[in-house]
Design a protein around this ligand. Sequence first.
Ligand code: ATP
Length: 140
Amino acid sequence: KERTLAIIKPDGVQGYYTDEIKEAILEWGFEIVQESKFQLDSERASLFYAEHSGKSFFQSLISYMTSGPALAMVLEKPNAISEWRALIGPTDASKAKISHPRSIRAMCGMDLERNCVHGSDSPQSATREILFFFGDVMLT
Ligand code: ATP
């Protein structure tokens, strides 16, 4: 089995999508190993998205991610990283509504930025991101 880091972003929490998203997670056969609701400040949000620090959308992304509480979860199942990415759909939620209408981003996202959920994109980022929110006790 593999673990990945999922986040229900502030727009997902504020839009009351948490229960619907968790239902989809369980229906898809993931175990929610750990979860924690938190409010990111801009320092921690910038650290989490450090790879995007030079991009034009960076400041907007940081204010979006600090706009309210979010819910981080450690999800587990075989191929959890790619399975969760498949379930959430493409980054641009407005496109997801057309190309992947049953995806989570189609359900609760708005556009390229406000896409309501996050998923680790590789084993390396899953390790880094699980450590970031939960520490090394959650790595295995
Ligand atoms: P995530 O890492 O959140 O799962 P992703 O891997 O699909 O999303 P990334 O390219 O890593 O997308 O971008 C991280 C986040 O930054 C996106 O989820 C989105 O909220 C925002 N974002 C990405 N590209 C843009 C853009 N061109 N304009 C505005 N926001 C963007």
